[in-house]
Design a protein around this ligand. Sequence first.
Ligand SMILES: Cc1cc2nc3c(=O)[nH]c(=O)nc-3n(C[C@H](O)[C@H](O)[C@H](O)COP(=O)(O)OP(=O)(O)OC[C@H]3O[C@@H](n4cnc5c(N)ncnc54)[C@H](O)[C@@H]3O)c2cc1C
Length: 415
Amino acid sequence: MVAGRKIIIIGGGPAGLMAAGQAAEAGAEILLLEKMKQPGRKLGITGKGRCNITNIAEKTDFIAHFGKTGKFLHQAFGRFFNRELMAFLESLGLKLATERGGRVFPASGKATDVRAVLLRWLDESGVRINNSSPVDELLITDKRITGIVSKGRTFKVDAVIVATGGASYPSTGSTGDGYYLARCAGHTVIPIRPALVPLETAGNEAGRMAELNLRNIRVRMLVNGKKQQEAFGELVFAKFGLTGPVILTLSGAAVDAGSKGQKIVFSLDLKPALDEQKLDARLLRDFAARGNEPLSSVLRGLLPREMVPVCLDLIGLSPDRIAHGVTVKERRRLRTWLKDFRLEMVKARPLKEAIITAGGVNTREINPRTMESSLIKGLYFAGEVLDLQADTGGYNLQAAFSTGWLAGRAAAAGK
Ligand SMILES: Cc1cc2nc3c(=O)[nH]c(=O)nc-3n(C[C@H](O)[C@H](O)[C@H](O)COP(=O)(O)OP(=O)(O)OC[C@H]3O[C@@H](n4cnc5c(N)ncnc54)[C@H](O)[C@@H]3O)c2cc1C
């Protein structure tokens, strides 16, 4: 270790906070520059305010959730992975709870508690934090970082860690500045686009059911008529279209296919536990038991109230139709709709509404063992500013913490 190396961390999100503390503990002199009035704004709203910190999945499965971008993370996860992160946070006094799907949360259910323990740790480790201090420029001489400029003031440094996050939810401070800084340093930036993002759909059907939340739904994503992916879980209708975990999971692939001009259709299986035969038997049973009632009331046994008029409109049956008068053909139409309700995607909601920014600093130009730029000595990157993106489930925060951990340690050691 080179004692007393002067390091500036740009950005106080999970990646920057972890990098700052690790580098300080390794003996470096740390200044963290945060452009907002306080660090960790986004961290404070993660997981609907509960912060899904990580996931207990084993490494191969975990990395698979990053798709093509996951390969880069092997070394970082080899050094500091989910169990290490959990033990570390617990050592700071944060109790954790593991929920369905291996998702780990603070036991208090408060994302702000995660931020609070990290900030206390930084304080105890001697990290200085300057809030309201956006970094505008990197100073580079002979392919080596020498300093940065913030609000017209120059700071001389031995190393800089860029942890500015992505470009989604800009009100949290993540406005994409790191991409500009990286480009100025000669890095290529893979085009940024929204991922884990709600999607707009054609027609008014989704809007008619806005805010309706469906659990245990299977959604198949059809690209130019062919099934490409499917996901199972919770879906939420919105004024503009679809959202909820299942849609967010499929959204990255949908955005990419949509950008190639391909037609994206979501096929909703509203009764995934029943195959066609069982569903038909169920319909026959309901229609026999309540033969004299109008379809609109019989269908209430099968669907949430808001869905019934939409269903009847789409299959072309009157709500007043008496159940025992439904023909075999009409029943088949209903059955097919329940298993294959289709909505066509028009476009994604804007980047500012995305949970994650896909794209970012090209990881081919970053040393995966240290997070150091392979172009500029002493310049490191960590977190979402890199071309890394994963599903929901705690994977993205783990990537921010792991790459931050590695960058902090490596920068302090002058590696
Ligand atoms: C609503 C929402 C919920 C989420 N929930 C989860 C979840 O439960 N689990 C999960 O794994 N992931 C979740 N994510 C994703 C996760 O929050 C991000 O992947 C993670 O915060 C990225 O960390 P980061 O440190 O790289 O960047 P960020 O958290 O974006 O932090 C970047 C920091 O850099 C600062 N900054 C930017 N530019 C400058 C500059 N020029 N100078 C100085 N400072 C600068 C910003 O103000 C900010 O504080 C969620 C995201 C959103 C939007």
